[in-house]
Design a protein around this ligand. Structure first.
Ligand SMILES: *[C@@H]1O[C@H](CO)[C@@H](O)[C@H](O)[C@H]1NC(C)=O
Length: 238
């Protein structure tokens, strides 16, 4: 049983990235696939994260290894854990590691919306590399944009997340709210939660938990490969 902790207590001691208590909903195993290529179906891979959570940074580092093997077989996305709260003045969302985390989430969501793989992933890696304390800071957002070659101030990314790098752009905040709701609909409460083909297969919450089929990069690669083969069964006969 996972420990459930009260949100308000957590925001005072943000060392653990346990999530919020969401209403239980039946978990769907049904693949939700929209193939954009005629040739194959990618495996949906989702990481439930908080941008300043150490568990999230760890998962993302592991998936950086995983991507080196199966980048062309996955449709990777990050979904953010938070809590809608209209009393929150800037974002209307409470993020466990504070408003700076909400800003980091928005920056990442806007880059992911307007830049393809692997660019948006490189952007997240750049932020993580600066350390979790710095994820969400405006100067780091702009610096990482320069590092990966995004012209923030004059592009759709900047208009989405805020031209000043603050993560407070109107569109970006709307993306954050959507993401938080989507995360809740997936029953994802812990950062980091790993879903392959819409199935929760592993959690890192201070330690690895509920990872029946392993938690090394090779274990994730193997599970992705198996899901890919299953999703694409019969393609070779066409
Ligand atoms: C919403 O945010 C306000 C301001 O931070 C806080 O006082 C309140 O407790 C929060 N409400 C809930 C339901 O968490």
């Amino acid at each position: 049983m996972l420990t459930r902790v009260v949100w308000s207590a957590l925001s005072l001691v943000p060392s653990v990235c346990a999530g919020l208590v969401a209403e239980q909903q039946p978990f769907s195993n049904a693949p939700d696939i929209i193939s954009t290529t005629a040739s194959d179906v990618k495996v949906p891979v989702t990481l439930g994260v908080m941008s300043r959570c150490p568990d999230a940074l760890l998962c993302e580092a592991v998936f950086d290894q995983v991507l080196k093997k199966v980048a062309d077989k996955v449709d990777l996305r990050l979904t953010y854990i938070g809590k809608l709260n209209s009393s929150e003045p800037v974002f209307g969302v409470e993020c466990l590691h504070g408003p700076q985390e909400c800003a980091g989430n928005v920056q990442q969501l806007c880059v992911a919306k307007y830049r393809p793989m692997p660019l948006w992933w490189e952007y997240v890696m750049c932020q993580d590399y600066q350390s979790k304390e710095k994820v969400g800071l405006a100067d780091i957002a702009l610096k990482c944009a320069r590092v990966v070659g995004i012209d923030w101030e004059t592009s759709d990314v900047g208009r989405c997340a805020g031209l000043d790098g603050s993560g407070t752009g109107e569109e970006g905040i709307a993306l954050l709210k959507e993401s938080v709701q989507a995360t809740k609909a997936l029953n994802v409460e812990k950062s980091c939660t790993i879903l392959i083909n819409n199935e929760q297969i592993c959690i890192h919450d201070e330690t690895w938990k509920e990872c029946e089929n392993g938690h090394a990069p090779a274990d994730f690669v193997r599970q992705i490969q198996a899901a890919y083969d299953k999703l694409n069964e019969g393609f070779s006969m066409i």
